[in-house]
Design a protein around this ligand. Sequence first.
Ligand code: HEL
Length: 421
Amino acid sequence: MVSGTVGTGTALGAVLVSLLAAPAQAVTPADTDGPGARPAAAVAAAPDDAGLRAILRTARTQGAPGAMARIDDNGTVHRLVEGLADRATRRTISTNDRFRVGSITKTFSAVVLLQLVDEGKLKLDTSVNSYLPGLLPDNRITVRHILSHRSGLYDYTNDLFARTVPGFEAVRTKVFSYRDLVKLSLRKARTNAPGAAYSYSNTNFVVAGLLIEKLTGHGVAAEYKKRIFTPLSLADTVYVHPDATIPGRHANGYLTPDAAGAALVDSTRQTASWAQSAGAIISTPHDLDVFLSALARGKLMSAAQLTQMKKWTQVNSNTAYGLGLRRRDLSCGISVYGHTGTVQGYYSYAFTTKDGKRSLTALANTSNNTKVLNTMYRTLEPAFCGKSAAASAVRGATRSGGPATAPPERHEDIAPGITRD
Ligand code: HEL
């Protein structure tokens, strides 16, 4: 595991008791775009479609039935597809296909909460318990801690998905309330004192969903729609929880079992109730590109709130986390902003440049396959850095998972088989 700052994942128990009793050693997020962020360097190089395609092909050879990417570059669209959306019908994957975006949902939830800050209904540095009395066991946990994964609330999915296919089948048709999920988290010791460390946890964005519900009086579906989907005309973006079906044209998702060589499990149909406001949105590459571009251009919140969203906690050498937003620092000297998603059967990446002029969404329709995850991670370089970077990204993708030559990976492993950063 690569920890954000202070050691997450330390042995808990006695250590944690003293940690929680001690005054929080705050991990102070850095100011907007600093310190590791690369300046506003314009994206000079054209996207390298050939390099990107080679990466998508590698993902297929590593076990993804299909892989695709769409780049929206200042009005020019690049579409790349490899392989299948559906193994039964053998339909080719399309960049118009809907898919489960997983934790890219967190950026949508953060946008809603930051809009509520703009409306004077929420304060980032106020205790969550002052809005939701008694919900959390520590009044020091603030809204900002939740949105930056610094609350220390344990991630209940570590336990739910310790065994991949049995874990998935046990929740596939379940409907949880947000409070059920918070309760699962609170059965376990917290990972750190409030504010003391970055420790990625779905629980934080379940709390975000509860806050949205409490402050607006509506479910997240209505708020996403009113505040984001409709104003941006995201016609293919939906939140259908607890419905288990992806409406309309979509790529099926195929979960990789833990046992080597076992057949992929079609995991398309599920309530995604374990994820909800932390991961249950369904969208397309076009819509995600539009969403992130609008966010970067300041169309979804005030400049003051966008500044808050981009206060960074460094996660590792080339990744930082803001408020429901990731920053990746690329080899060509620019930083890109967005999120990643892993939901059973789907690995997704959606990032945009600082000015929102170039956006990438990439998808592989499998998950629980670290080789594919690491390969898809490399799509950012050819998309944003062009040819020079693509060569090394492709080399890396080809080697990914290889024994001696694999480059160091930039992910944190929090739970068995779940790669996070
Ligand atoms: S994990 C992440 C990603 N986030 C987090 C969230 C999301 N997704 C999950 O928590 C899903 C966990 C189960 C995934 C499952 C698989 O691979 O389909 N794995 C297992 O069951 C392993 N035993 C941090 C990677 C993100 O990128 O933000 O999405």
